[in-house]
Ligand binder design. Structure first.
Ligand SMILES: Nc1nc2c(ncn2[C@@H]2O[C@H](COP(=O)(O)OP(=O)(O)OP(=O)(O)O)[C@@H](O)[C@H]2O)c(=O)[nH]1
Ligand SMILES: *[C@@H]1O[C@H](CO)[C@@H](O)[C@H](O)[C@H]1NC(C)=O
Ligand SMILES: *[C@@H]1O[C@H](CO)[C@@H](O)[C@H](O)[C@H]1NC(C)=O
Ligand SMILES: [Mg+2]
Length: 404
């Protein structure tokens, strides 16, 4: 008797197990959740039914309280020619996750439609993780370049002791990056060398991207083509006043340059953006260079090279802490015609701590922007963008007063 009872109990237990197994297996195929891969064997995360059955349109056309006929996604790749252009990023291996965020932003808002190349430059070798993560994210071709030693070291005319003393003093004064050697090499490299890296020689246009930036609006047209068709050579989204302690003699060095090379100063330039007294002194306005779309052949021109060499020999990259932003901005404002510098009001952008959020609600809604217009820096007193409008005789966008 006891043997039969135990036998029956086994059968009931086995039946319960079978029923349970049936439920688990049938429900998991229709469920949106399952164990993460590697947690319980190597099961892959299952896919929502609508995607598996190909009814993605149903998901997209689900009822909405504000009807909108214009909800189709733009094509993944916009037809037509591409420009001779590339993204360019200077980065360390340790920047990988911060640059990954930037790439994802740029791809989602722009490059998934255009698939431009992306050049990464580093004073060290990029490791496999950096290369595989960035290559997976970029829709165009990715290329990795090592910076030659002579572009990332102290030139022989620099007095090392004097430079070291300055770093100590700046540290004492708590000037941001004031005691950093690598930051100075970075600023000098971005000022005078990135456009001559052998990988960059293959392109005419560049768009500079730094780690941890954000783009907040869809960009539906080819910004490089825009630059070419409108005869633009340099562009910006944010402008501000430079920290004076980092550039005390920069303007004197610029004046020495313009005296030695008057032929490089272009007529119809934007000197008024830089100076309120016709060039006597610098007002410290500059375009923020962590975003740039520009023409590489201009940076490779004799005029720009003479300018960079002249500043480099003045020593301020090491005896002070000259940034590439004022260096590029002064060059653009003196050596280009003012019409050749473009303000990309439509590119909504963030680099800590400033935001450019386009003024004008219609534009923001039409381009699916997700920035808060209250964060827009343009009409703030520390921005130089109002001055840019004034010196170019441009009318400020409607509603700008409300953002001051
Ligand atoms: N390879 C390499 N890249 C660097 C080095 N220092 C800075 N960079 C890169 O140069 C660019 C500017 O450096 P950041 O540290 O962003 O300088 P910043 O924008 O003035 O300051 P943050 O507010 O910290 O962003 C970024 O793309 C960095 O990844 C370095 O020593 N080596
Ligand atoms: C792209 O521009 C570079 C620099 O001007 C030039 O050397 C190269 O030949 C161009 N490539 C194409 C495909 O036009
Ligand atoms: C500019 O030139 C003068 C005269 O040669 C020189 O004394 C001065 O140090 C130079 N200034 C800078 C910042 O290079
Ligand atoms: Mg940065």
């Amino acid at each position: 008797m006891a043997g039969t009872q135990r036998y029956l109990r086994y059968i009931v237990f086995a039946l319960i197990c079978l029923v349970l197994l049936f439920f688990i297996s049938s429900s998991s195929s229709g469920s949106t959740v399952s164990w993460p891969a590697g947690y319980n064997g190597n099961e892959a995360v299952s896919t929502p039914e609508a995607i598996k059955t190909g009814s993605l349109e149903q998901l997209q056309s689900s009822p909405s309280t504000t009807p909108n006929d214009n909800k189709q996604l733009p094509p993944a790749t916009v037809p037509g020619d591409r420009m001779n252009a590339t993204f360019v990023t200077l980065a360390r291996n340790s920047d990988v996750w911060e640059i990954a965020k930037s790439i994802r932003n740029v791809e989602d808002r722009f490059n998934r439609k255009f698939n431009y190349d992306w050049v990464f430059l580093n004073d060290d070798d990029f490791n496999d993780e950096f290369k595989s993560v960035t290559t997976a994210l970029v829709s165009g071709k990715t290329r990795y370049g090592k910076i030659p030693k002579e572009h990332w070291s102290f030139p022989e005319f620099i007095d090392q002791d004097r430079a070291a003393k300055v770093r100590d003093e700046m540290k004492e004064k708590k000037i941001i990056y004031g005691d950093s050697i690598s930051y100075r090499h970075m600023c000098r490299y971005e000022s005078g060398f990135f456009f001559r890296h052998e990988l960059m020689l293959e392109y005419e246009w560049y768009w500079r991207v730094e780690p941890s930036i954000e783009l907040y609006c869809d960009i539906d047209y080819d910004t490089f083509k825009f630059m070419a068709e409108n005869k633009k050579k340099y562009s910006f989204v944010l402008s501000l006043y430079e920290y004076v302690e980092t550039i005390p003699t920069l303007w004197n060095a610029v004046k020495n340059f313009t005296k030695a090379y008057p032929e490089h100063v272009t007529e119809g330039n934007m000197m008024k953006f830089l100076s309120d007294d016709n060039g006597d002194s610098y007002n410290h306005c500059h375009f923020w260079s962590n975003f740039e779309i520009g023409n590489l052949n201009w940076l490779r021109s004799q005029a720009y090279i003479d300018y960079f060499e002249s500043l480099d020999h003045a020593g301020g990259f090491f005896y002070e802490r000259w940034g590439d932003a004022p260096v590029h901005s002064i060059a653009a404002s003196l050596m280009l015609k003012k019409e050749e510098i473009h303000f990309f009001n439509d590119i909504a952008y963030y680099h800590v701590p400033f935001t450019h959020c386009p003024t004008g609600e219609k534009y923001r809604l039409d381009h699916k922007c997700h920035c808060n217009p209250k964060d827009n820096f343009d009409w703030n007193g520390y921005s130089c963008t109002a001055r840019y409008y004034e010196v170019n005789g441009m009318e400020k966008p409607a509603g700008y007063e409300k953002e001051q």
